[in-house]
Design a protein around this ligand. Sequence first.
Ligand SMILES: [Zn+2]
Length: 487
Amino acid sequence: MNEQVPRISDIQLPSSVSTLYIDGSFLPPSSHPVSSMAYAWTALDPDGFILESHYNNISSIFPSALRSEIFALLHGLDSLPRNSKITVATDCAQLLSLWSLYVDAPFIPKLLKEPNHFLWSFIRAIKSLKNLDVTLLKVPAHADDPLNNHVDALAKAAHTDSHLSSRPSLKLLAPCILHFNSLPVDMNIRKFIRDIFDAKSLLTLAILLRFHSSSSTSDIDWACTKFCLNNNKQFVSHRNGCSEFCGFRMKLLLDMLLTLTTLQRRKSHLYNPSWLCPQCNSSPETLDHLWTCPYILLEFSPLNTFKILLSALRTNCLDKFISTSSLSPLPDSFVADFTTLDCWDCDPPSFSCLRLARGLIPISLTEFLGNYFSPFTIWSIFDTPLHDFHFDLYVQIWLCCSIFFHHWESAQGITKKMKSSAFRPSSILCPSSNIPLDSSTPSLATVSLDSWVSWVSSYIIRGGSWISHLDFWRRLTVQPLLRISFW
Ligand SMILES: [Zn+2]
């Protein structure tokens, strides 16, 4: 029986080898144009003489520090002769715990959920087919072990060594390998697919024509918008009677709240298209008008309430940003600059202010904050105040308006029965009034197959969050009623 093991190493160490020092090195994109992974190992005989050292770069696939460490182990083991008894010294504690979980144990399906599971499967196969007796040994980090320092320096040198010719090809040994565009998907497959569908749904949302009617969507920070919409646990939870509020928030975003204008569009036989806002009787009751209606009755004034709530949102966010540690020191002008961003301009409300009210985060806001904070910090800070702001809009404006609206409907003789009736008199034949098709028809933009392939490939090669690779959509042209081509 002489099973052939596909090899990634073209080195064959002598049988006298007894110890391997291994190390990986990872340069994240911030210190480099793109992230870079490298590895090194040094082989010793029982007397402590160095038999051979080796270092190289690794092709970038889901780059991480851990992947470079695992690769060092894989390449070292692959260079050993059969039946070796070897001690592998590493300063990476995580490598030891993953080894005992996934290699030094019977196969468990959980391995397939692990990032780098192909590398681990390969290591399992090499160990078994070569009948290796491997013991991993933890070298204390910063203990000034000269051999550990040696491999550490070698791995670091690999990043800049221009003499390195070809990278080891990764002909992986695993029963089933999912490839995308010839790149192995060495991560949790379920998460990979979920990320793609998340990206697709966000893109589908972003290109709905309802967001394009009056201005470009490139002034909306979709990543932040999506985060704030999805992340809040309170929002996701449908318990404690908050499903109504969940629905409100989604309809607010999509401009699907049952304002009079929406009802006039949907049931023009009941709601005369010429009717104006029941409260002020001065403008059509659109979504934006909910917050800008000048009507004042006793304590209730939508516009004043809106101004107070928006100001509270601004203060809440500002307080949080000031008390959060920033990437670079905040200038003295930070508070003034933040406060004068036009999304806070509510007298009268600016366009970006009205968008913010819907939960569409203006890019001018996140770009300004991006000078001082990471995207994730910005998103996390907005999440809860925005949720609370929407809850206050819901309770203090929308519910109040709804009660008023209910009484007004009764006064117009519009009953519940009439509203629930599916029968629509001749109005069916009326052209859906004068509402342009695009305001009600969700449409998809064309995203070429190439764009998807380059996005997914970039996600695999550069790693990190999928959302950071979606920059291509800024160049999208929206064409109604065409489908997204999706791999
Ligand atoms: Zn009004």
